[in-house]
Design a protein around this ligand. Structure first.
Ligand code: LLP
Length: 434
């Protein structure tokens, strides 16, 4: 955690330089002088080093031919995806829109896995028709889905590459909205249903079973359930009468949004060691000659959360008896994690705070009380026009934004250095709203 002038910053990309906040060394004030708030700004260095660390640690842990499929739902910005594509990243997608975005950004079909419980026939056809052999894998979440894929593949004269997403019946410790690995959740198939389908010849005329996957939830800081889910998947893989090409361990590795979470945060190397150990114990260790199975990952948040920031201006300051409010120009429509999950995000004043901090509600302009970035957070005195940065906003920020209250989606910027502040997505104009 960087500390300067008594201000603790939970994000490695942030520093204060002469009392002014910088993102990867670029002054936020300077950026805001060129672009109207609110806006998202991403740091290229942080994004690339996160990806490289993730991929590098997978290799270091001895995992065979790792394929890192970045989860587009975390952030589908085309310019950011192009950077990841150039690093060799694949994509984890959940819609036809995300498929098209991944392809347009230069991620080849053979590095794309298609998850999601409700793939439509049109989306299936799109995924079968791209690249030479369609997407790398349809991560199948129900038997009916498998049947639909078969029908569409037969019509198109193709063979669909299939992976079963296992529901390992574990309880991941995270917010209940983003926990996905239990029987009560709509995701994945139970072991016994996978075994039955794998043995049923009728499925394997137009589909080829090439992998298994598991994804038990997001923002995971405790990896106990992750380890046991991977072991269950490895054991299941040995029981299947098909030669697999890959095992996909999903995404979900968390980040420290709150300084207290920094202590619990698993290092990427720790996570990779767990993946390697779990796969060795349940799968690879059971063969004299290791099968040529590669390991696929679907990280989103860990790659992009800490590379993104949401910059807002203070519009008003208001005191209602003992309640203090800072009203900012960004709203829950731009960044909804605090409203939806009660999520903590650091709020960092661009001018290094001096003086006493007072409990303050930091709220947006949207007409409902859930439009609140922080309840009673100790904040320094700020006035109209002052800049405030919401930290760790790169994942599930812009991608979950909406036009609620008929507000246009904000600008996205990419910084690579003082001289290079680039617009990577223009703010939506009134005319572009629908
Ligand atoms: N793979 C699958 C099948 C997923 O469902 C997800 C996330 C990921 C990979 C990527 O997970 P990550 O590495 O980013 O944790 N909007 C929520 C998060 C929803 C996650 C949904 N699935 C939030 O803002 O916390």
């Amino acid at each position: 955690m960087a500390t300067k002038r008594g201000v603790s910053l939970n994000s490695p990309a942030l520093t204060y330089d002469k009392g002014e906040l910088c993102i990867e060394g670029v002054s936020v004030k300077k950026i805001a002088a060129q672009h109207a708030t609110p806006f998202f700004v991403y740091g290229q260095k942080t994004l690339l080093s996160n990806y490289q660390e993730f991929f590098g640690e997978a290799q270091m842990a001895g995992l065979p031919r790792p394929l890192v499929c970045f989860a587009l739902k975390a952030n589908p910005n085309k310019e950011l995806l192009k950077l990841l594509a150039a690093e060799g990243s694949g994509a984890d997608i959940v819609s036809g829109g995300e498929l098209r975005r991944a392809l347009e950004s230069g991620i080849p079909a053979e590095r794309i896995v298609f998850s999601g419980v409700g793939k439509t026939n049109d989306e299936i056809a799109l995924a079968l028709n791209c690249g030479t052999n369609g997407v790398y894998s349809f991560n199948v979440e129900s038997i009916e889905e498998l049947e639909h894929i078969s029908v569409v593949a037969a019509k198109l004269g193709k063979v669909a590459r299939i992976c079963f997403r296992l529901n390992p019946m574990v309880k991941a410790k995270t917010h209940k909205y983003i926990s996905t690995g239990n029987k009560t959740h709509k995701f994945g198939l139970l072991q016994k249903d996978i075994l039955k389908a794998a043995k049923d010849k009728k499925h394997w005329k137009h589909c080829k079973l090439v992998g298994l996957s598991v994804h038990i939830g997001s923002q995971l800081l405790d990896l106990k359930a992750t380890g046991s889910a991977i072991v269950t998947m490895g054991e299941l893989a040995r029981k299947l009468p098909h030669e697999l090409e890959f095992l996909d361990v999903g995404g979900g590795l968390g980040v420290a949004y709150h300084p207290d979470e920094a202590k619990k945060l698993p290092a990427i190397s720790t996570y990779m060691a767990l993946v390697a150990k779990s796969l060795e114990a349940s799968y690879f260790g059971h063969f004299k000659v290791k099968p040529p199975v590669r390991v696929v990952f679907e990280p989103g948040r860990r790659i992009i959360a800490k590379a993104g920031f949401f910059v807002m201006s203070v519009l008003r300051h208001k005191v209602s008896e003992d309640q203090r409010f800072l009203i900012v120009d960004g709203g829950m429509n731009d960044f909804m994690r605090p409203s939806l999950y009660d999520a903590f995000h650091d709020l960092v004043p661009v001018k290094a705070p001096a003086g006493k901090k007072l409990p303050t509600h930091v709220v947006g302009p949207i007409c409902e009380s859930s439009d609140c970035f922080a309840h009673g957070r100790p904040m320094p005195a700020m006035k109209s026009g002052d800049l405030l940065v919401l930290s760790d906003a790169g994942a599930y920020g812009f991608s979950m934004g909406s036009n609620y209250n008929l507000r246009g989606k904000p600008t996205e910027l990419l910084v690579t250095g003082e001289q290079d502040i680039r617009v990577v997505n223009k703010a939506q104009s009134y005319e572009e709203l629908r």
